[in-house]
Design a binder for this molecule. Structure first.
Ligand SMILES: C[S@@+](CC[C@H](N)C(=O)[O-])C[C@H]1O[C@@H](n2cnc3c(N)ncnc32)[C@H](O)[C@@H]1O
Length: 184
């Protein structure tokens, strides 16, 4: 039997290659849900934080994880400043959108990501997008934007600055020293 793929371990290793400061790598998870990735990253010595719009998702977190997450919206104008203040952090090495972009329109995502990308001290943006509609959209409760990663990238990141992946596939993150924008 093959070894089980360790997606959090891969993200943690990547964050270690991106971080240049003399501290643990800092990763923020947007749309963190109940915080599984935050917990996993912390087991790999990553200073992981997250945010989500859902109070019930945040309330479902382990008590220990709750201090690493806040209620916030990816579309907030002052998002990075709020994260810095809430968590007492400065640099963010990797900013991950974790299966959350489908809750936004393309225009909302484009604006939000441009603002984050242009903020000093924010390193690499990495996105996992789901190509199946969220449950809430399947139930007709929300309108979802369901696009494959290449279409999200073309719409929101024409300069190809970020990393874009299908949320159901492996990260396959660029190796140490590789500029994510140069990956083939
Ligand atoms: C499909 S779930 C993914 C949860 C978790 N990241 C995972 O991969 O298992 C999407 C999450 O994004 C959150 N969300 C939706 N819109 C958001 C927004 N504008 N800003 C932040 N979080 C949002 C939802 O509350 C939900 O927890």
């Amino acid at each position: 039997m093959g070894e089980r793929y360790d997606e959090v371990g891969e993200l943690a290793s990547f964050a270690g290659t991106v971080a240049t400061a003399e501290r643990d790598p800092v990763v923020v998870i947007a749309g963190c849900g109940a915080g599984a990735t935050i917990e996993g990253l912390r087991e790999h010595d990553v200073a992981a934080y997250g945010f989500d719009t859902s109070r019930s998702a945040l309330d479902a977190m382990d008590e220990a994880t709750r201090e690493w997450a806040i209620e916030a919206d990816l579309r907030d104008d002052d998002l990075v400043a709020s994260l810095r203040e809430a968590f007492g952090i400065d640099g963010i090495d990797v900013f991950v959108t974790e299966c959350v972009l489908s809750f936004l329109t393309v225009e909302e995502a484009t604006d939000a990501l441009a603002g984050i990308r242009d903020t000093d001290g924010v390193g690499v943006l990495a996105h996992r997008v789901r190509i199946d509609p969220p449950i809430a959209a399947q139930n007709g409760d929300i309108d979802a934007t369901v696009l494959p990663p290449a279409k999200w990238q073309a719409a929101c990141d024409p300069a190809d600055a970020d990393i874009w992946r299908d949320g159901l596939e492996q990260w396959k993150l660029p190796p140490s020293g590789t500029d994510p924008a140069d990956e083939t």
